[in-house]
Design a protein around this ligand. Structure first.
Ligand code: NAI
Length: 252
């Protein structure tokens, strides 16, 4: 058990990567607060963890809202007895170019993907500081490192996640808080199917294209989860400010 005595918040915890990571953190001994816009699905993941003998609660919240983030943290601290791991993972994508993107869509993507992480850190860092440290992991994307087509707000937001992670690591390292990003390539979740819908493409053809990388397949959510477990654990005690890529070698 690599995460005994860890207490973790996972945002987007009901989705593909968030659910797998919530399960993986709990399997290593962490108590987990599963946070998601989808209340029923979050409760389902928490129930799954408890049924497997783990410890979990569900919290319904919109991570773009400061009031919701403050409530999430207060609830997690009260019910888990503290928080020393945060996985800022909730995210949305809009498959549009700059010309096609409305200001409202741009703001919503940045609200969910970027402001959420700022808000979480604004309110969790003092708690981690007082407790002597912690580990924060933010979900970036391969497209946050290299860019991609027809996803201008998403690419900009994930680039912001990667660099915000470095800035957070610099500011809060002296307090013992490590901050890293995990950057998946194409992972087999609902998000990819949503992208195929948004682009009006055949889902199977879209998924086949997503698998065109050196390892010749998409990633599975559990494979991202294991990277997050490592970053959450003391096994990565000298790692901060890094952008860990988990993408099957999707370099091009
Ligand atoms: P997903 O769509 O399966 O899960 C996302 C979860 O976030 C959903 O449960 C959704 O309800 C929740 N969510 C959305 N908006 C929210 C909000 N405002 N407040 C709280 N929860 C909210 O997608 P997936 O693939 O698991 O994505 C997780 C993260 O991984 C995202 O940040 C995504 O951008 C990133 N990512 C995913 C890749 C992929 O190929 N699936 C590739 C690279 C990055």
């Amino acid at each position: 058990m690599r995460l005994e005595n860890k207490k973790a918040i996972v945002t987007g915890g009901a989705g593909g990567i968030g659910r797998a990571t919530s399960l993986a953190l709990a399997a290593e001994g962490a108590a987990v607060a599963v946070v998601d816009l989808n209340a029923d699905a979050a409760e389902g993941v928490a129930a799954e963890i408890r049924a497997a003998g783990g410890s979990a609660i569900a919290i319904a919240a919109d991570v773009a809202s400061e009031a919701d983030i403050e409530r999430v943290i207060a609830t997690a601290v009260a019910e888990l007895g503290g928080v020393n791991v945060v996985f800022n993972n909730a995210g949305i994508i809009r498959r549009t170019t700059a010309v096609e993107t409305t200001v409202e869509e741009w703001d919503r993507v940045f609200g969910v993907n970027v402001r959420s992480i700022f808000l979480m850190c604004k309110h969790i860092v003092p708690i981690m500081e007082a407790a002597g440290g912690g580990s924060i992991i933010n979900t970036g994307s391969g497209w946050g490192l290299k860019g991609g087509g027809q996803a201008i707000s998403y690419c900009a937001s994930k680039g912001a996640v990667v660099n915000m992670t470095r800035a957070l690591a610099i500011d809060h390292g002296p307090a013992g808080i490590r901050v890293n990003s995990v950057n998946p390539g194409d992972v087999n979740t609902g998000m990819l199917r949503d992208e195929a819908r948004q682009l009006a493409q055949d889902t199977n053809a879209f998924l086949a294209e997503a698998a065109d990388r050196p390892l010749r397949r998409m990633g599975e959510p559990s494979e991202v989860a294991q990277a997050v477990v490592w970053l959450a654990s003391d096994d990565s005690s000298y790692v901060t400010g890094s952008a860990l890529v988990v993408d099957g070698g999707g370099i091009a």
